[in-house]
Design a protein around this ligand. Structure first.
Ligand code: ASP
Length: 361
């Protein structure tokens, strides 16, 4: 019989051999320009970093005017610079995420806060969540109609209540108790989003008449996207993720999407990464997108980029869903992965280098 020390030696030799096998996917030449500096899982590439998105979908250059494109880029830059400056001064990733998302929520360009999409009943019902990678604490709100900045409510739920998720009237009562800004439901309405609702309803009726499925109609599907999200790594090595949305156009019956569901549209864990998603929520829930990316890193030792590709380019489309994610790992690697024609997105590294993108190519 072998001595236990021999067995131990054998175990260590096997471990080291594993590390000697080169992984072709970690070759920097295979990496896209938008996911800069990916190194091995253990090498720090950025002391701090921030990534944002403003929704994914069929965003095509041919459908976008130059002015509109400039408007989107300017707002993305304004938002990310708010978070960057917090991180640069040594502030927390949670503050950076919340304040960055506030800028996007307050802009009618995005489907979060002001400018949220309409439900079938012509109301705006907002979802949001935030997660602290250090403590794995999380907060989420669903279906609120009067809270100006749902991400602030999500944070208040995380920090000032014993719960993780609150919905509807109860969430609004709590928001008032927390002295968060309350607005009239009218505040969220925009003509543009109302027109989209009418177009989608009309299309749905035509489809029903022709007995075809409206659910899979490309136009209907894509008119629904535009959530916002932010992930950040701060100088103390703490990760945070936040996501805020009006959900999907024409949603019914108190529908809640992936955004307030921890592990689906949002997740952060200092041991792995912080992820915020955007896309067809039902599929993001079923694929537990954000947690899956973290789990692939934690249990299978995949790099952030490999994990994101596995979930966004294989798992979600295999189920029939679409969308994308932004993520940053504990070493400051940043990823913006999507399977749609476009995703509004921006990133900044610790040197203050900014990238902004809209289309896939
Ligand atoms: N994921 C969101 C939802 O399903 C929509 C989006 O990201 O645009 O509610």
């Amino acid at each position: 019989m072998k001595k236990p020390t021999h067995l131990l030696l054998l175990f260590f030799i096997m471990l080291n051999c594993g590390e000697l096998v080169p992984n072709p996917d970690k070759n920097p030449e295979n990496m896209t320009q938008e996911n800069p500096d990916p190194k091995s899982n253990s090498e720090k590439v950025n002391e701090f970093a921030i990534v944002i998105h403003g929704g994914a979908g069929t965003i095509l250059k041919k459908n976008m005017s130059e002015e509109k494109e400039a408007e989107y880029k300017a707002k993305l830059e304004e938002a990310i610079r708010v978070g960057y400056s917090i991180l640069d001064k040594g502030g927390s990733s949670l503050d950076a995420v919340e304040k960055t998302i506030n800028v996007l929520e307050n802009s009618p360009l995005f489907n979060a806060g002001k400018g949220a999409v309409f439900t079938n009943a012509e109301t705006n019902e907002l979802d949001a969540s935030i997660m602290d990678g250090k403590t794995l604490n999380a907060g989420a709100s669903a279906g609120t109609k009067t809270v100006k900045n749902p991400i602030n409510l999500a944070r208040a739920i995380m920090e000032n209540s014993p719960h993780v998720m609150m919905a509807g009237d109860g969430a609004e009562t709590f928001a008032k108790e927390q002295n968060l800004e309350i607005v009239s439901p009218e505040y969220f309405k925009s003509e543009n989003r109302l027109n989209t609702l009418k177009r989608v309803i009309k299309k749905e009726q035509e489809k029903t008449k022709n007995k075809t499925s409206a659910f899979y109609d490309a136009d209907i599907k894509d008119s629904k996207f535009g959530t916002v999200g932010c992930v950040a790594l701060d100088k103390k090595g703490n990760l945070a993720a936040g996501t805020s949305t009006g959900g999907m156009t024409n949603k019914r019956y108190g529908r809640v999407g992936d955004v307030p569901i921890i592990g689906a549209g949002n997740y952060a864990n200092n041991a792995t990464c912080a992820v915020s998603g955007t896309g067809w929520g039902e599929f993001f829930i079923r694929a537990t997108v954000a947690h899956d990316i973290s789990a692939l890193m934690e249990y299978k030792d995949l790099s952030l980029e490999e994990a994101a590709k596995e979930v966004i380019l294989r798992k979600v489309p295999d189920l029939g869903g679409n969308g994308g994610i932004i993520a940053v790992d504990k070493n400051g690697n940043m990823v913006m992965e999507f399977n749609t024609a476009g995703m509004y997105r921006a990133s900044m590294n610790d040197k203050g280098e900014l990238t902004i993108g809209i289309y896939s190519k």
